[in-house]
Ligand binder design. Structure first.
Ligand SMILES: O=c1[nH]c(=O)c2[nH]c(=O)[nH]c2[nH]1
Length: 304
């Protein structure tokens, strides 16, 4: 008995598009994951092996980038409608398109040093923190004699849409990376800081909550205000900022994965990508880690 081909669809899932709009110094960012499923006259592809009706999923992905460049991403819905209409209108065998979009929302980092503007004083022009997903951590060790308290946070995702370069690095025969004087710098901060508090009789306990909030602010401010030659240098600036302002913190350890944003090559479609459309890669990632401690303090936060 013959079997019947039932519902089928295909497309590209989870294309990560970051669209930066640069209106002068003040940037806007849109960060989405797009999943497109197309269906239509695709029976022959499954039954006979003819690919004549198949627009490659690679082209579907490219379309996501190209339309983001040409029309921007005004809203997830608007972008989704544009994409869905595009495939049905432009690709003859395609009769239905389903476009799912997840949008990651970014807020501007607030820093006292940001230029005051009519539109949002104290908000950085090109430094952003991703909303949601952040976790506060604490680790306490007590062996009956010595107390060790380490506060922390993880999942704090930040981005500078400019103000970052990476050049002058060592090159060997396997180096293909091109130098850049203007790149997107994005990372997901894991920070742990050890308090000098010993819990001795009569020693005042620090305000854990206010201290934690201050450290978070200082990490964000340093990230936003540092012109970055590398993530390593930014790490040092962030750690130093915390030690400068928190006398009760003896050391801070930071783990900063470099969340690479690769400019998409739009030349094949006759479009110029002027640092506007990026592919946000999730792996592999550079992993930059380091401790900043006070002179004389013996680092005790474990290296993971
Ligand atoms: O800030 C960076 N540090 C690196 O060590 C590195 N390595 C790399 O390929 N890109 C970058 N960026």
């Amino acid at each position: 008995m013959a079997h019947v081909l039932g519902q089928n669809q295909y497309g590209k899932a989870e294309t990560r598009v970051v669209r930066i709009t640069r209106s002068g110094a003040r940037h806007e960012i849109k960060d989405v994951s797009v999943s497109v499923a197309l269906s239509g006259d695709l029976d022959a592809m499954h039954l006979s092996g003819s690919n004549a009706h198949c627009l490659p999923t690679d082209s579907v992905k490219n379309t996501c980038y190209a339309l983001a460049k040409q029309y921007g991403i005004d809203s997830a819905e608007g972008y989704g409608i544009r994409l869905a209409r595009h495939f049905v209108a432009e690709v003859a065998p395609i009769h239905r398109a389903r476009v799912r979009i997840e949008e990651y929302v970014w807020d501007r980092i607030r820093t006292p040093r940001a230029p005051a503007r009519a539109t949002g004083a104290e908000e950085a022009d090109h430094s952003f923190v991703r909303r949601g997903g952040e976790v506060r951590t604490a680790e306490v060790h007590w062996d009956g004699k010595a107390l060790q308290v380490v506060s922390g946070l993880k999942g704090l995702v930040v981005m500078n849409s400019t103000g970052s370069e990476f050049r002058g690095y060592l090159k060997d025969r396997y180096t293909t990376l091109q130098e850049t004087d203007d790149r997107v710098l994005a990372t997901e901060v894991t920070a742990r800081w050890r308090h000098s508090f010993t819990g001795a009789e009569g020693e005042a306990e620090p305000g854990w909550d206010t201290g934690w909030a201050e450290v978070r602010d200082q990490l964000l401010e340093a990230f936003a205000e540092t012109y970055s030659h590398s993530l390593q240098q930014t790490l040092h600036a962030m750690g130093t900022r915390v030690l400068d302002h928190q006398p009760g913190v003896a050391e801070i350890r930071l783990q900063l994965p470099n969340r690479h944003h690769f400019p998409v090559d739009l030349e094949p479609f006759g479009l110029r990508n002027e640092n506007e459309v990026f592919h946000a890669a999730d792996r592999p990632y550079g992993l930059i880690e380091g401790t900043v401690h006070r002179e004389g303090a013996v680092p005790a936060i474990p290296v993971e």
